[in-house]
Design a protein around this ligand. Structure first.
Ligand SMILES: [Zn+2]
Length: 282
């Protein structure tokens, strides 16, 4: 006979231990198949089952949050990237709709290995858009790395042999790789060789790549030499080009910052407030 705990009672109708909270049985009757003797092992009542289920779900949520936090720390190496989110979008750049669409259709983009090539003038919001995609996917538990060639090249500089292969392979572990600001790095023969290794290993991983660049599409399509050509060809083959045209959001911001600064030094709090509210956030 099992010990009866404080939150239990024996129900006279079946003689089994029941839960005081939900009334459900905490014992089952099992009959021996040969000698027909019975025994009554313990079981969990419905409210215990539900509690266990909730505990498991909370634990899974916690693990998922931990994983997302870890992945963000790993995937967004520059602090400012944390601020590149849809929530921080001021809604002024119509091309942002494409970032939302890419995230919404991520599963298909991943399956079909469709990347993006974001090109256009400096300050038009390419990195912001790429960062928004990175953050949105990281929040969905997708492994993303957003980096740039100077960082990767610096990392590769002191790495040889197996460690080098390991590092290049590790880039393939991310479901999405974002290379920001292609074209700003020093184009030495060595650098170009490394860049090709990276793009090529990504290409062979069959996983999507997003590249942002200030280069013109024309420059990408007509590279100065073979070393550039084989890098750009790989990118153009897998990345859908998106042009960032017109408005320079950084200049816009600089202008509104200047306006805000002017307000601070010349006039009342009220007009300063107004200037700050009008200031764009990109
Ligand atoms: Zn119960």
């Amino acid at each position: 006979m099992s010990e009866i705990r404080e939150d239990e009672y024996i129900d006279p109708t079946d003689g089994l231990i029941h839960c005081r909270k939900c009334g459900g049985p905490r014992q089952v009757v099992i009959t021996h198949p040969f000698n027909r003797s019975t025994f009554k092992p313990r079981c969990v009542c419905p409210c215990q089952q539900e509690k266990e289920q909730r505990r498991k779900e909370a634990e899974e949520r916690r693990q998922r949050m931990d994983r997302i936090r870890r992945r963000k720390a790993q995937g967004l190496q520059d602090r400012y990237l944390y601020g590149y989110t849809f929530a921080n979008d001021n809604g002024q750049n119509p091309v942002m709709a494409k970032a939302h669409a890419y995230v919404d259709h991520w599963k298909e983009a991943f399956k079909r290995n469709i990347g993006l090539l974001l090109f256009g003038d400096v300050g038009t919001g390419k990195s912001f858009l790429a960062g928004c995609i990175a953050n949105a996917l990281l929040d969905l538990d997708v492994p993303v790395l957003m980096t740039n060639f100077p960082s990767v090249l610096a990392r590769l500089a002191g790495t040889f042999g197996e460690a080098r292969t390991e590092f290049l392979d590790s880039l393939g572990n991310y479901d999405l790789l974002i290379i920001d600001d292609l074209g700003v790095e020093r184009n030495t023969e060595y650098a170009l060789e490394q860049m090709f290794s990276i793009i090529d290993s990504r290409y062979r991983s069959g996983k999507p790549l997003i590249v942002t660049t200030n280069l013109k599409l024309d420059e990408l399509k007509n590279p100065p030499d073979l070393a550039h050509a084989r890098i750009y060809d790989r990118i153009l083959e897998r990345c859908a080009p998106i042009l960032f045209a017109g408005k320079n959001f950084r200049e816009d911001n600089a202008a509104s910052n200047k306006a805000a600064a002017r307000q601070i030094i010349t006039s009342s709090t009220a007009s300063y407030q107004r200037a700050v509210t009008e200031k764009g956030e990109l």
